[in-house]
Design a protein around this ligand. Structure first.
Ligand code: F6P
Length: 418
């Protein structure tokens, strides 16, 4: 698959922090973001190795630094994860996220040495949180952890607090001498950056400064059916059809009943007529993004799929072989679209308000693919039908999705769209 940018692509992001600091949440978000950008990224979670090789139901005594046997076993699983990670780099992995507390300098030095021997760059990502966030994290994620299956919630919370205290006894925050790091304080309230010199590192800084954990829904919809959709032509800048105008009215009803009660909603459109006409009836000020315009089909703009196949059979075949990487002559590929909508995605992450995005098929595939953590290869084939609104609500690790087909129903599309 095409990679967007690459200085030395192998990079290990080492999470650092006491338990319940949201490390796994951040690790998974980074994985989703970098994979979406085309960097092969994977999380190595040492807790999972512990559960698999030692067992999940360990009480806090196991994590006591004075427990010699416990410490030996914990080091053993940490090394297993490390060696698996090194093996994965050898198979072509680019960015590994080594997710554990890594709370002592000794442990971090060990990881750094091992990575340096393999020519892998290391950046520490340390999460430091206030007590209220820790409390919320414990309740939101730890009670459902496999470590506490069947355990009374109050007993689980008390045990987990003791586990945190054991780690706190030996915790050493990352120091400047340790090299490249990003410190996240109170989920983005403050971000401290040291020695970030790579492309991936700089993308990460922009990404991480925008992170927060305020839950808010995001709605995605294509414009109502446009004149070109009626005749199966791609691209263009046509008006809504009659059915498309009916969709806009249905969207207004949905907006009044379900979207607007969610709070002070942002409405984003592309700069094309069909999204403006869909949004106009909402009677709201909208933010217009050129980045939300449909994939640029270059010299195929305005043609039907049948015409493209007949006039440019080589182009047709090339696109069928690699829809993600294929770039229309004088136009764009899906990878280009992903790169183009990246600022929109960062802004979606930064927003605390609910957002309604009214855009186009290819662009919404890219945004949906990010939000739902889909493989880039799947993105060009995702189903984003006309006259349907998607509601995505962030959850601890991902989004819950509901689809509302608002109608009117449309006859099946003339040409293939995946
Ligand atoms: O057909 C509607 C449309 O939005 C076109 O303007 C665009 O080229 C196409 O969908 C993108 O879908 P696909 O990548 O499947 O051709």
């Amino acid at each position: 698959m095409a990679v967007l940018h690459g200085d030395n692509p192998t990079h290990c992001l080492v999470m650092v922090g006491l338990p319940a600091r949201g490390k796994t949440y951040v690790a998974r978000k980074i994985m989703r973001y970098l994979n979406w950008l085309g960097h092969k990224t994977r999380v190595f979670n040492v807790g999972n190795y512990r559960r698999e090789h030692i067992g999940s139901l360990q009480t806090h005594e196991f994590f006591d630094p004075g427990n010699v046997e416990g410490a030996r076993q914990r080091t053993e699983v940490a090394l297993m994860a490390l060696e698996d990670m090194v093996g994965w780099f050898k198979e072509g992995g680019e960015v590994a996220i080594y997710d554990a507390t890594n709370s002592t300098r000794e442990r971090r030095a060990l990881i750094q040495d091992r990575c340096e021997r393999e020519g892998v760059r290391v950046t520490f990502i340390e999460s430091i949180c206030d007590e209220a966030t820790v409390e919320a994290n414990v309740r939101a994620t730890k009670l459902d952890s496999p470590d506490y299956v069947g355990v009374d919630p109050d007993v689980a919370v008390a045990d987990f607090r003791k586990r945190i205290a054991h780690y706190a006894e030996v915790y050493e925050p990352v120091r400047e001498q340790e090299g490249s790091y990003i410190k996240l304080i109170d989920v983005g309230r403050q971000v401290i950056v040291n020695a970030i010199t790579t492309y991936v590192g700089s993308r990460l800084v922009s990404f991480l400064v925008n992170l927060h954990n305020v839950p808010r829904p995001i709605w995605l919809t294509r414009h109502g059916q446009a004149e070109y959709n009626v005749v199966g032509r791609i691209g263009g800048n046509t008006h809504l059809s009659e059915l498309g105008a009916t969709y806009a009215r249905n969207l207004k009803t949905f907006y009044d009943e379900r979207i607007s009660p969610a709070g002070d909603v942002e409405v984003w459109t592309s700069t094309l007529v069909r999204t403006h006409e869909t949004a106009a009836i909402l009677g709201r000020q909208t933010l217009q993004w050129r980045a939300l315009n449909e994939i640029e089909a270059g010299f195929c703009d305005g043609l039907t799929y049948a015409e493209i196949k007949q006039r440019y059979p080589d182009e047709w075949r090339a696109r069928s072989r690699d829809k993600l990487g294929y770039r229309y002559p004088q136009g764009e590929s899906y990878m280009d679209v992903i790169q183009r909508v990246e600022p929109v995605v960062l802004e979606l992450e930064r927003q605390r308000r609910p957002v309604l995005v009214i855009s186009h098929q290819a662009v919404l595939r890219a945004i949906y693919g990010y939000l739902m953590g889909r493989d880039p290869e799947q993105i060009p084939h995702l189903s984003i039908p006309l006259h349907t609104i998607l509601e995505l609500t962030p959850k601890a690790y991902g989004c819950a999705e509901s689809r509302f087909p608002l109608g009117p129903l449309l006859p099946a599309h003339a040409g293939p769209s995946s």
